[in-house]
Design a protein around this ligand. Structure first.
Ligand SMILES: C[S@@+](CC[C@H](N)C(=O)[O-])C[C@H]1O[C@@H](n2cnc3c(N)ncnc32)[C@H](O)[C@@H]1O
Length: 209
């Protein structure tokens, strides 16, 4: 597994930044410190299926693997074709879909007969570049894709408390000052669903169709 800060990855990141600035939404790839701060919240969810939204060149992906995530448990959704192909060659045992993470349910449905329930969703999406209704809709979808008690881990360059989403509560955060720019990692936990208890999935990830 080569390191995501290789020259090729960095060059690809900046090329994509010029082509799609709104989607990239960052001046530089995340630092390893930020990747590790995100991966800290893998704990307790490492035996489930894990979803990564906007993995880019794989900084957070790499930290997740180092934190003990078995690569077969990871599914990533990335809009950039070139980044997706880089991720596939870098992490061949994980599954990366080239697609729209904002329409996560449809994107997964197109690729899996049975969509797994996820214990963790790690997101590097530049959410603040999207309107509030788009962000709310993303979290509505994530609510249904998570195991009970599952968590969404999102970073942002806005350092204040950030947004609240229906059916989620913020259960943790961390500032990463030594990142450019400094970032805040926010952790959202899905509130228990009312109604009949649903059995969580085993976290097994079937192969892409
Ligand atoms: C701020 S970069 C983060 C990249 C990487 N996770 C990191 O931390 O360095 C945002 C990433 O989200 C991807 N992205 C933006 N909008 C997306 C969408 N709707 N669907 C899938 N990926 C998207 C971009 O292509 C880019 O790779």
């Amino acid at each position: 597994m080569s390191h995501p800060s290789s020259l090729h990855s960095v060059a690809l990141f900046f090329r994509q930044l010029i082509l799609t600035p709104r989607e990239i939404g960052a001046f530089a790839p995340s630092s390893k410190r930020l990747g590790d701060a995100m991966a800290h919240w893998l704990e307790g969810g490492e035996h489930g299926a894990v979803l990564e939204l906007g993995p880019g060149t794989g900084v957070i992906t790499h930290s997740l693997m180092q934190a003990g995530l078995a690569s077969e448990r990871l599914i990533g959704i990335e809009q950039s074709r070139e980044m997706t192909s880089l991720l596939r060659s870098r992490f061949p045992r994980s599954q990366f879909i080239e697609g729209d993470a904002l329409r996560v349910t449809d994107t997964l449905r197109r690729h899996y007969k049975q969509i797994p329930r996820f214990s963790r969703v790690f997101s590097g999406l530049p959410l603040l570049n999207f309107p509030p209704r788009v962000r709310a809709e993303l979290f509505r979808q994530l609510r249904d894709l998570l195991e009970p008690g599952g968590k969404v881990i999102q970073f942002s360059y806005r350092l204040n408390r950030g947004h609240d989403y229906e059916s989620f509560q913020q259960c943790g955060h961390k500032f990463v000052w030594l990142n450019f720019p400094p970032a805040r990692v926010s952790v959202y936990e899905s509130s228990p669903k009312k109604g009949p208890h649903q059995r969580p999935d085993t976290g097994r990830v079937s192969r892409l169709r």
